[in-house]
Design a protein around this ligand. Structure first.
Ligand code: NAP
Length: 365
């Protein structure tokens, strides 16, 4: 099979490095274009990434020889024949929006990790197992903007799949979920590199992450919502209240959740069965990045834990445990997922695989 040439914008950063590592030997995609800030532009990738590579996995030597382009050099991405680009840029939101729009307008689809376009009403926020059908807004998005082959699809915030995927599985099984209180314990890699100063986080917890509580409360409603007249309409439920904390963990975002059902309430055993048996389109299609089991139920009293469970299912599964009744709402559980893989680059690659299956991306012309 001819591999699709792809680009990574922000290839030198925390998420960009994960893209480079995860795309090594990918069966469908091959990195041919890397881009970053003017600080890195013009350098070989190995020199731009030197001293800041954070992963134990590495990349093939020819990737290290690629010359880093400026992220705004859409012409260079065209010249590299990119079938699409992954966007992992950290810049002002309006700058990211403008830059991603310029790629899409030039006919290059953008699969983004940035939050800039998450509230754009015709841009899908995709978790491949939860709302794969939302990708089908793409033709309406292209028509509205006069884009031919380009489009924009984004991934949600890195912590929300720890509870949104389990909640989606319960809704799909026929249970209304009315209200949720979630406290997240988010790893330092979620802040990029170099991220949180060490003196702020060692021996400490920081009970504030700018913008994170709003994202944690609103994004699931777009994901669980519908498409109406070519734009997204948020789900009315669940109402979500979030507390987001930065904790001294390298990778893996934890969510402690209490939730209230509608009138019909499943037993604890039934909840576990629903989660154990949950599979979706990526599993049916056996997409390369899809975990065999999207939700892994842990029975041990003290799991999931970041160090022990973040790599479960190729670091793409959500591990859930401590599933028990709640004396205030109905159910309590702890969810955990790998923020830079499932919550960022791995989730982006899975979205790209889904979009390729659906025929929205193919060889550039
Ligand atoms: P990061 O480690 O700070 O990396 C930022 C990247 O953006 C670097 O490649 C950097 O290039 C590039 N960049 C910065 N300023 C730029 C400019 N003016 N023009 C062009 N490129 C520029 O950040 P990250 O954690 O990888 O996050 C990247 C994006 O993913 C962010 O939007 C973030 O919100 C989102 N995200 C992160 C996570 C996570 O777990 N970390 C999860 C989900 C989503 P240089 O190296 O040249 O400076």
């Amino acid at each position: 099979m001819v591999k699709l040439p792809v680009g990574v914008l922000g290839a030198t950063g925390m998420v960009g490095q994960n893209y480079i590592a995860l795309l090594n030997n990918h069966p469908w995609f091959e990195v041919r274009f890397v881009a970053a800030s003017p600080r890195s532009a013009g350098k070989k990738y190995k020199d731009a990434a030197a001293g800041r590579w954070q992963l134990s996995k590495t990349y093939e030597s020819w990737i290290g020889e690629l010359i880093v382009a400026g992220a705004n050099d859409v012409g260079a991405a065209k010249a590299a024949n990119c079938a699409f680009v992954f966007s992992a840029l950290e810049m002002e939101k309006d700058e990211i929006r403008a830059l991603e729009n310029s790629y899409a307008a030039a006919g290059i689809p953008v699969i983004s990790n940035a939050s800039a376009h998450r509230w754009t009403d015709d841009v899908p926020v995709l978790i491949a197992e939860v709302n794969p059908g939302h990708a089908d807004i793409i033709p309406a998005q292209q028509k509205k903007r006069g884009w031919d082959k380009g489009f924009i699809v984004v991934k949600p915030n890195c912590s929300i799949q720890s509870y949104t995927t389990p909640i989606h599985a319960l809704i799909k099984a026929g249970y209304e979920v009315k209200r949720i209180i979630v406290s997240t314990l988010q790893a330092v890699s979620g802040a990029g590199y170099p991220g949180v100063p060490s003196l702020d986080i060692i021996d400490n917890i920081v009970p504030y992450i700018g913008g994170e509580e709003e994202k944690s409360e609103k994004e699931p409603l777009k994901i669980l919502g519908d498409i109406e007249n070519g734009v997204f309409k948020d789900a009315a439920f669940p109402k979500i209240s979030a507390h987001c904390n930065r904790v001294p963990v390298a990778d893996g975002h934890t969510a402690c959740v209490s939730l209230e059902f509608g009138e019909k309430k499943p037993s604890i055993e039934e909840v576990k069965k629903i989660w154990r048996e949950f599979k979706s389109l990526p599993q049916e299609l056996n997409l390369p990045m899809a975990p065999e089991q999207p939700i892994i139920v842990r029975e041990e009293i003290d799991r999931p834990q970041p160090r022990k469970d973040r790599d479960a299912g190729k670091a793409m599964a959500v591990s859930v445990g401590r599933i028990r009744p709640c004396p205030v709402f109905d159910l309590r559980f702890v969810g955990l997922s790998h923020n830079t893989v499932r919550g960022a680059a791995g989730g982006g690659i899975l979205n790209a695989e889904l979009l390729k299956y659906k025929g929205y991306i193919g060889l550039a012309q």
